[in-house]
Ligand binder design. Structure first.
Ligand code: ZN
Length: 281
């Protein structure tokens, strides 16, 4: 890694292992309180890794997590990371009305800001659910005082999310609200996701590195994301999950931490706020 390398974005969606949309048919929101929470220990592992590598990132905290673990929000804040919101109850925007989204978003901001010294500027939707079906989302985020969203996946192949012709670089979603889309490398005429999460766990690391370098060579920083449960191979397993969800959810959990260490050696990272600040003329 050289000193003048492009600074990518490190982002963490802070949620517990049972908050995931793939598990929502098996563990309902009403039952979250009864589960064995692991979000503090796995987020601390990520925080320690970032401290070792002197990396700061943006933590999109779920309001429900901030409600139960205010000390975790304070610790993220104390270590100098940016704090943003991942909504309150991890409901997909595509499953809510505009009013329901407003209520969920405001509730998350209230609870997260109670434990943070920062004013929250950014939002990430669960499962990248800012799509063409949620045209009201941008206005509501703006009303709530946010200045950016980082939820659009600029791909057209996924059944549940994506805007296939969205720009690959930050753009205005509406007046005063910047969209910082997830990253894809352009390979031939295809857009290949290289933003982290499940893609990071499924691909061999060499492929991730090649795709990220391709983005950087085109002058584009990669917006990388991960969840704390992705560095927690000992989380409880839901046996009733179908094979495809099991594959997507549990594969290579034990590899993630080592891969992250390698990636942090190979690339530079910072926060979304730093990326947007650097954009200014
Ligand atoms: Zn999430």
């Amino acid at each position: 890694m050289t000193g003048d390398a492009i600074r990518n974005v490190m982002s963490i969606d802070v949620e517990d292992w049972f908050c995931v949309y793939n598990l929502s048919q098996h563990i309902r929101f009403e039952d979250w309180d009864k589960q064995d929470s692991r979000v503090e220990q796995s987020t601390l592992r990520l925080l320690d890794m970032f401290s070792r590598h002197r990396v700061s990132g943006t933590f999109f905290v779920l309001g429900w997590v901030a409600d139960r673990f205010p000390d975790l929000v304070r610790e993220i804040d104390r270590r100098g990371h940016e704090i943003a919101t991942h909504g309150y109850a991890h409901r997909l925007l595509t499953h809510m009305t505009a009013d329901e989204f407003r209520t969920d978003l405001l509730r998350s901001l209230e609870v997260i800001e109670r434990s943070s010294s920062q004013r929250i500027r950014g939002h990430r939707a669960p499962s990248f659910s800012v799509t063409r079906k949620t045209p009201w989302a941008a206005g509501i985020m703006r009303e709530a005082g946010l200045t950016y969203d980082s939820s659009v996946f600029p791909v057209g192949f996924h059944p549940d999310y994506g805007i296939g012709d969205a720009p690959l670089t930050p753009y205005w979603l509406t007046d005063g609200l910047r969209e910082v889309p997830m990253s894809c490398a352009e390979v031939g005429s295809s857009r290949v996701p290289c933003s982290g999460g499940g893609y990071f766990r499924q691909y061999p690391y060499a492929l991730t590195r090649w795709l990220m370098r391709r983005c950087n060579a085109a002058g584009r920083p990669v917006i990388f994301y991960l969840h704390p449960w992705e560095v927690d191979p000992d989380q409880p397993r839901i046996e009733a999950l179908g094979w495809s969800k099991k594959f997507r959810h549990y594969r290579n959990l034990a590899e993630t931490e080592n891969r992250m260490e390698r990636m942090l050696e190979d690339f530079r990272f910072g926060t979304v706020a730093q990326l947007l600040e650097a954009e200014k003329p």
